[in-house]
Design a protein around this ligand. Sequence first.
Ligand SMILES: [Zn+2]
Length: 232
Amino acid sequence: MKFESSTSNIANGYKLNSFTDEEIGDDHIYTGIETPMTIDAFKMSDDDKKIKIAELFAEIMEVMGLDLSDDSLRGTPNRVAKMYIDEIFSGLNPKNKPKVALFDNKYKYDQMLVEKNITFYSNCEHHFVPIIGKAHIAYVSSGSVIGLSKLNRIVQYYAKRPQVQERLTNQIALELKQILNTEDIAVIIDAKHLCVSSRGIKDDTSATVTSYYGGVFNTAHKVAELQSYLND
Ligand SMILES: [Zn+2]
């Protein structure tokens, strides 16, 4: 994993392609395939991160005027901290990456394999609200095959990060290309972004579709075959 320098774009006057954060607003900008992380991202232990996040989240709640001595709110900072590190953002830490065993393609199956409708929950990195969607994955074996549940686990690992959908699509595709040692990978993601439906423009009907087509999936007949399976 490549780590970016720890410059913060919260700093005053930061501009991306000459647009300020204010001007970018709700336009979701995708800056690269790597999740932007600091070089010291894993110096702190998970337990220490949870303590720190709980303190900071309590402060956010207090700033908003919430009474943390109320029995219903008392445990929220700790719950949020645990949920961030152990669950919804656990995919930031490479130690949580699924271990993938490959098997020989004993059946000599040389057509595409499609794993469709893999449900995932992610979070938009611009608003920290949910992205809910389905991923469809296809590959043609170059000699090895992967356990079907591992395709699902790879999707979940990359989904459990603050994300943008384009990066999620490409990160899954790149991972599969490396593991399966083939360019013949397709990833299609169809998702709803709550930052679009529950706030901002409040469009509850739109969905976002992104795709990655590598190798044989760049041919019209393979794409048509894949689409026919997905439409069933
Ligand atoms: Zn968003």
